[in-house]
Design a protein around this ligand. Structure first.
Ligand SMILES: [Zn+2]
Length: 69
């Protein structure tokens, strides 16, 4: 059994961070698209330099991201 197996293909996922810049509202999750991309739930607070690091895993085979916020 692989460490951190991909839920789709079962191969080992790479551990890392999704990085977002928090110039206006930053990375948010939304269930619907809006015209100007506003709204949604903020996921993580920005650091002192205005970057958001969302920890998680990726599968390069499936192009799947698995994130923890
Ligand atoms: Zn996969």
């Amino acid at each position: 059994m692989a460490d951190n197996p991909c839920p789709s293909c079962g191969k080992t996922m790479e551990q890392g961070f999704l990085v977002a810049e928090n110039f206006v509202e930053g990375a948010r999750w939304t269930k619907v698209k809006t015209r100007f991309g506003t709204g949604g739930d903020k996921l993580v607070p920005p650091d002192a330099l205005g970057n958001q690091y969302i920890p998680g895993f990726r599968c390069t085979g499936c192009k799947l991201l698995l994130l923890f916020y």
